[in-house]
Design a protein around this ligand. Structure first.
Ligand SMILES: Nc1ncnc2c1ncn2[C@@H]1O[C@H](COP(=O)(O)OP(=O)(O)OP(=O)(O)O)[C@@H](O)[C@H]1O
Length: 259
């Protein structure tokens, strides 16, 4: 099992954000987490990553409690693409990606040909090999996001958490990245990503998790989970869920636009 969460609750001070969550994510599963702004998606991710260590309940990643591991050991289990970040790396893109391989090196060791090859392969996989020698702080926000995804791949962890990975990407890059993410899950990685677009969850998730008012509102096949009733309840927008191509694809249409 990639991630096992049992009776997880978490509060900032006396403000409870997550309440008694229970779920398991098997290996090779692509999970989309849906829920309104401020519901606690990033907070849940930070608990899983061990960055919010003062939770109650239990979280195991690949059978391990990450709070008990060193930063290096954690990096072998899970990689993380945060929602936003300050562009502090005044390095070439290839060096930013290479940093992901740091957990494998001895103290003060430098990356060797294997790490370099993996970093280039990750850039190629995301379709941005041409950016390898550009300065990270001088590429666009969307390009930086793609670099961070390549960096997560180069880290070689079995589980990846992505906090709204496509929020800064144009339509083409969104489709390319989400379809690459789905392929990575098919190859055995477990990927948990948050999204604000239920259509993405239909297209690019094996399982959809819905958080509402601190609780796990639903978790399962996106076609079972994403209904017009649930979307209306979560976002206070009336939608119709339409089925296309013999129900291979479903899309949400806001009723206010078609009435
Ligand atoms: N460090 C913090 N200290 C106190 N409260 C926090 C902190 N971080 C987040 N919160 C609060 O906890 C709640 C959950 O925040 P979180 O960022 O997890 O939501 P989210 O679902 O990821 O939101 P969004 O979709 O807008 O990114 C929010 O009400 C937020 O204001």
């Amino acid at each position: 099992m990639s991630i096992e969460v049992t009776n997880l609750s978490f509060a900032y001070g006396n403000r409870e954000v997550l309440r008694d969550l229970n779920f398991s994510i098997p290996d090779g599963c692509l999970v989309n987490v849906l829920g309104p702004n401020g519901v606690g998606k990033s907070t849940l991710f930070r608990c899983i990553l061990g960055l919010n260590p003062h939770y109650s309940g239990s979280i195991l990643v690949n059978g391990k409690d990450l709070r008990a591991l060193s930063v290096r050991q954690r990096a072998r289990e899970i990689s993380y693409i945060p929602q936003s970040h300050a562009s502090v790396y005044d390095y070439e893109v290839i060096d930013v990606v290479l940093m992901a391989t740091g957990s494998e090196l001895k103290l003060l060791g430098t990356p060797g040909p294997e790490q370099l090859q993996r970093a280039h392969a990750a850039l190629e996989r995301i379709g941005i090999e041409h950016l390898a020698h550009r300065t990270y702080t001088q590429i666009s926000g969307g390009e930086q996001q793609l670099v961070l995804i390549a960096r997560a791949l180069a880290q070689n962890a079995r589980t990846i958490i992505m906090d709204e990975p496509t929020s800064a990407l144009d339509y083409g890059n969104t489709v390319r990245v989400l379809s690459c993410v789905r392929q990575l899950a098919r190859e055995g990685l477990s990927i948990v990503q948050s999204t604000h677009n239920p259509d993405h969850a239909f297209l690019y998730s094996d399982q959809t998790m819905v958080l509402s008012e601190g609780r796990l509102r639903a978790f399962g096949d996106p076609k079972d989970v994403i209904t017009s009733e649930l979307i209306s309840e979560l976002y206070h927008v009336e939608v119709e869920v339409n089925s296309l191509y013999g129900d291979k694809v479903r899309v949400c249409v806001p009723l206010s636009e078609v009435d």
